[in-house]
Every structure is written in structure tokens, then in C-alpha cells.
Design a binder for this molecule. Structure first.
Ligand code: ADP
Length: 289
């Protein structure tokens, strides 16, 4: 009987007995009751089931990812192919369209480059090997720098970008400044992209419970319908609005933002109402000054 049970244990642990296991088999196992052995086997079965479930989920995820990726790649590639073919078939010598077609092809090349950059970023973040270089920095300063660098884009839609009234007092956060800058660029760029003409984008920062800083980026734009809210942090997920208006980017911006914030062990969230606006917020550790 004991030999049979020992065989079960060898099978479920799937190891060649090390010294420690030999000790276990010789001294601990014989003292176990048959109920305890039953529990061990049950626990093993549960673990196995969980492992299989995880593998199955990963497989679905991988398939979806590849499908989405090939779709995202196809759109700009086919566009470039179309413009280049048309140019080669005679449009090149037509001064009315040649520059326009070339510039459209070039825009699509930029789109491909952006997509590959974002993919690179997300792969690095997901492999988990990314180190954070934390330092103290003033959150409002980073927000203002980004407002400045995106001012051309905001001006096109006559959108005003400002720090919210009452949030001007500089708050110093402790985090990876360049990665947090990336998060804020993605959020502010979205706020402008999905914002309305003549609208406002506001950045705010609040100290909460003395140890954390809450950073928010709000817009008074199109908003996100309730059914999309739970999914917008997924890779490549876009609302119908973003698809039809063709304003969307790679669809990876928010999932990159979420990865960066979670790597800081903090959280990111969204509140939104259709036609009223959207607020994205995330927390950061406050600097110990
Ligand atoms: P994209 O590159 O398409 O902007 P993101 O990952 O940055 O991808 O965002 C995912 C989707 O979430 C967008 O396509 C858009 O539908 C929605 N979204 C993000 N930010 C906003 C916002 N400020 N207002 C309305 N919709 C937004």
C-alpha cells in the first residue's frame, strides 16, 4: 500500500527524488493518513486544472493578438501599396496628384513605424524585465511640458490645455519620470484626439492620504459609452467612434499606460459619459521630502 502511494506522490511531483524528497518519503509520508493523501492529490488536481485553464486562456489571447496585429498591419500596408502602384502606373507624372499620393503613402509609413514602436514598448513591458528608474519630479511640470509639445495638435481643434484651478501648487511624485511622461502623453493625446472643437483639456494633481498623488487628465469631448469602458485598456481595443472617425492611433496607448502604472504598483481608472467627457486618473507615490 505504502509503495503504491509513494508512486502516486512521485507521479504528481514529477521529480526525480532529491535528498529532501527522499527524507520526505521515508519519514513524513508514512505518517500521513489516507485522508491527508487524498487531500494532497485533490490539491494537485486543482493546481493542474488551473494550469491548463491558464494555458487555454493564453492560447486564445495569442490567437486574438495575432489576428488584431495582422489587421492593424494590413491597413497601412495596403494603403501604401495602393498609392505606390497608382504612382507607378502613371500618376507619378501627374503634378496634380503625385505629391499628395506620396505624402499619403508617407503618412501610412509613419503609422506603421508608430505601431511597431508601440508593439516594442508593450513587449518590453509585458516581459516584465523592465527596470524602473525612480526619481522625484513635479507632476504639473511634466503635464505642462506635454501641453506645450502637443500645442499644435490642440490648436488645430482650438482646444485649451490647462492645469485645473486649485491644482497649481507643485506636487512632487516619486516614480519613473520618463515612463510617467509616456503615460501622460498617451492620455493627453487621447484627450485632444477625442475632444471636441473649442473644448478644454485639464490636468490636475491632488495629494491623497499624505502618501499618494492622484493625477487626472479630463476632457469635455465625445466620452466613452458605458459598454466600452471595461475594455478600453485592452490591447487594440477601440470604440466604434474611434474606428469610424479614423482618429485612433495604434490602439495600444492605454494598455501601455496601464502596464506602466501597474509596474509602479499603482492603479489607473477612467470615468466617462457620452457627450459630456472623460477623466482618466492614476495614482503615484508622493515623494518623501
Ligand atoms: P488609440 O490609439 O486608438 O487612441 P488607446 O489605447 O489610446 O488607442 O485608446 C483606446 C480607445 O479608447 C480609443 O480608440 C478610444 O476609443 C477610447 N478613448 C481613449 N481615450 C479617450 C478619450 N479621452 N475620450 C474618448 N474616448 C477615448
Amino acid at each position: 500500500m505504502y509503495r503504491k502511494i509513494k508512486l502516486i506522490y512521485k507521479l504528481i511531483y514529477q521529480t526525480k527524488a532529491s535528498k529532501r524528497e527522499e527524507f520526505y518519503y521515508r519519514n513524513i509520508l508514512p505518517q500521513k493518513s489516507i485522508e491527508e493523501v487524498g487531500e494532497d492529490v485533490e490539491q494537485w488536481a486543482v493546481q493542474r486544472k488551473e494550469e491548463i485553464e491558464l494555458l487555454r486562456k493564453n492560447e486564445i489571447f495569442r490567437k486574438e493578438f495575432l489576428l488584431n496585429l495582422s489587421h492593424e498591419l494590413k491597413t497601412p500596408i495596403f494603403a501604401i501599396q495602393g498609392y505606390v502602384d497608382t504612382l507607378l502606373n502613371g500618376a507619378l507624372t501627374n503634378p496634380e496628384v503625385n505629391v499628395k499620393f506620396l505624402s499619403n503613402a508617407s503618412k501610412n509609413v509613419d503609422r506603421l513605424v508608430n505601431l511597431v514602436d508601440d508593439l516594442d514598448e508593450i513587449t518590453k513591458l509585458e516581459s516584465g524585465g523592465q527596470l524602473l528608474y525612480k526619481q522625484n519630479f513635479v507632476i504639473q511640470e511634466v503635464i505642462k511640458e506635454i501641453f506645450e509639445s502637443l500645442s499644435l495638435k490642440a490648436d488645430e481643434k482650438k482646444i485649451k490645455c490647462l492645469i485645473k484651478k486649485g491644482c497649481e501648487v507643485p506636487l512632487t511624485a516619486f516614480g519613473d519620470k520618463e515612463k510617467i511622461r509616456q503615460v501622460l502623453i498617451n492620455l493627453i493625446d487621447n484627450a485632444i484626439k477625442y475632444g471636441k472643437q473649442n473644448g478644454t483639456v485639464e490636468g490636475s494633481a491632488y495629494k491623497i492620504d499624505g502618501k499618494k498623488i492622484l493625477v487626472e487628465i479630463s476632457d469635455d469631448g465625445f466620452g466613452i459609452a458605458e459598454e466600452h469602458i471595461s475594455r478600453i485598456f485592452e490591447r487594440f481595443y477601440r470604440t466604434d467612434l474611434a474606428r469610424t472617425r479614423k482618429v485612433g492611433g495604434s490602439g495600444l496607448g492605454l494598455s501601455i499606460a496601464k502596464h506602466i502604472i501597474e509596474a509602479h504598483n499603482e492603479a489607473i481608472h477612467v470615468r466617462s459619459k457620452t457627450d459630456v467627457g472623460t477623466t482618466f486618473g492614476f495614482t503615484l507615490e508622493a515623494a518623501k521630502l
